[in-house]
Design a protein around this ligand. Structure first.
Ligand SMILES: *Cc1c(COP(=O)(O)O)cnc(C)c1O
Length: 230
């Protein structure tokens, strides 16, 4: 089931990219495997998945050594500063950097480990109170501050849009994030490491791709509903 789901979503991602006049390789599908057992991750891997997303440090550090080493692991959940040391050097991209103190901690641990950590700045594009991330202005400021830190490369922006039955309602947040990226790039012409936009989940990734997503994070659509009670 996981394999078929993965292939179906991947096909859909490519079709959407082409329809939006973009290259199908422009958009990377991240299989969000949080709470799911290794057997299901392996099934997705066998079907071709190489980008996996997790949102808890504990789960990441358990799953990474149990899976093939050519996987790119994405930390997409809220990250506490005291847990940074466990994932630096092990993950391909940290999507959820929402404060200068967190960026500083990632910088410190990366320098110590002799690595460069790729990060995205998380933006609360909808202004929903339950969401992590700063507002647009704070996020633009944070990008600039984080860019100057050693051991860190700021690759772009990430947002989690509100849950909705109608993905069209989230289009405005996705286009807002894209515009913010364009504005930041225009202001920082000498630093062109940006360009990545992580936005869109099972319910709204097609709209996100139309608005410029380069990473979509799909969990339920690949692995099925999550059961948080077990
Ligand atoms: C769980 C999660 C996803 C995937 O959500 P689905 O709706 O299951 O596709 C994407 N992004 C983040 C940050 C998540 O925590």
């Amino acid at each position: 089931m996981v394999a078929e789901n993965y292939k179906k979503v991947l096909e859909n991602v490519k079709r959407c990219a082409k329809k939006a006049g973009r290259s199908e390789n422009d958009v990377t599908l991240i299989a969000v495997s949080k709470t799911k057992p290794l057997e299901m991750l392996k099934e997705a891997y066998e079907a071709g998945a190489r980008d996996f997303g997790e949102n808890h440090v504990q789960e990441l550090v358990e799953k990474i050594p149990a899976m093939p080493s050519d996987i790119r692991w994405h930390m997409i959940g809220h990250l506490q500063r005291n847990k940074v040391k466990y994932i630096v050097g092990k993950v391909y991209l940290i999507h959820s950097v929402d404060s200068l103190r967190l960026a500083q901690e990632i910088s410190k641990e990366s320098v110590k480990a002799g690595v460069t950590s790729n990060i995205l700045i998380e933006v609360n594009a909808s202004g929903e109170e339950s969401k992590w991330g700063g507002n647009l202005k704070e996020s633009a400021e944070l990008v600039k501050e984080a860019m100057s830190l050693p051991g860190i490369c700021v690759k772009g922006l990430m947002t989690v849009a509100p849950y909705t039955e109608n993905p069209e309602e989230n289009r405005t947040y996705f286009s807002t994030l894209k515009q913010l990226l364009v504005d930041i790039e225009a202001e920082n012409k000498d630093n062109n490491s940006m360009g990545e936009l992580s936005m869109g989940m099972t319910g709204d990734y097609e709209v996100a791709i139309e608005e410029g997503a380069t990473y979509v994070r799909v969990g339920t659509g690949i692995f099925g509903e999550r059961n948080y009670t077990i």
